[in-house]
Write a protein that binds this ligand. Structure first.
Ligand SMILES: [Zn+2]
Length: 269
């Protein structure tokens, strides 16, 4: 016999999503509300945005489905504010039949999104995540130069799992100087400001959010995988932890942030 659960929030509709981090069983309505609320909380907790910001969502060719989720979620959240939204879409997306640009236009129903397609080449790398990440930052910074946007915030679609993975990889490889890149927001040397609105969000929540918003099309990554899942022991460990103890994963990320802030002088010197 199949047990049917009732939503733990509204106590009326049928539950369809089990949120392991909190133990909640949610119906689609309560899931979407909670999902957006938690992103809003992250944005305000870490003071990621101000009312007149130009928000650029980076469409990461390695993780297009997370990038689409980020644009959709921010579009809904920011529809109440005066911020302007942009999608930075590398030319890699135009190859083949990905039709990402059409999709972005159709997702702009909550807030207008201006699409930026810079004339800078994006190279897909077959390398480790840290190298790829550094190349992505370089790409973004050289792409945005021509647009000359003021009050610029670049939103990156990385989730708790990816950031925890990056954190552990940096520690284990003694790359302490790069640890500032896993803070909820950071600046690069050229002054570009970056934010992680998914700092408190798991990948499976974004996939389900996309699904509820009828983004079902399978988005093939034009660059292949961001992480070599099979060959990476750290990534497997992060996913094992995520499967059995989500709170631990988040606690790890928060601890990293606190440690980094208390040691910021020692680490940067
Ligand atoms: Zn409900």
């Amino acid at each position: 016999m199949i047990t049917i659960f009732t939503c733990t929030t509204c106590k009326r509709r049928k539950a369809v999503f089990f949120r392991r981090a909190s133990g909640e069983k949610l119906c689609p309505n309560c899931f979407i509300k909670g999902f957006l609320r938690s992103i809003q909380k992250t944005i305000s907790k870490y003071e990621m945005l101000t009312p007149w910001d130009n928000i650029v969502v980076f469409f990461d060719p390695y993780i297009p489905y997370l990038s689409i989720g980020l644009m959709l979620a921010l579009g809904i959240i920011e529809s109440k504010f005066n911020t302007k939204m942009y999608a930075l879409v590398p030319s890699t997306f135009n190859k083949g039949n990905l039709k990402v640009l059409d999709e972005i236009k159709s997702l702009s129903k909550y807030k207008e999104v201006n699409i930026l397609t810079p004339n800078v080449e994006f190279k897909c790398l077959n390398d480790n995540f840290i190298k790829i990440f550094q190349e992505i930052l370089k790409y973004i910074s050289s792409s945005l130069k021509v647009y000359n946007l003021k009050n610029l915030k670049v939103a990156l679609p990385y989730t708790i799992e990816l950031l925890t993975y990056a954190h552990l990889s940096l520690w284990l490889n003694n790359m302490y100087k790069l640890l500032k890149f896993i803070l909820p927001k950071f600046n690069t040397d050229d002054g570009t400001e970056y934010i992680y609105p998914f700092y408190g969000t798991f990948s499976n929540e974004i996939l389900y959010f996309n699904y509820l918003n009828k983004v079902y099309r399978i988005h093939l990554s034009p660059c292949g995988r961001l992480i070599n899942v099979q060959g990476d022991a750290i990534y497997q460990m992060v996913n094992d932890v995520a499967l059995h103890n989500i709170e631990l994963l988040y606690a790890n990320l928060i601890a990293a942030k606190e440690l980094l802030e208390s040691n910021s002088h020692t680490i940067s010197s």
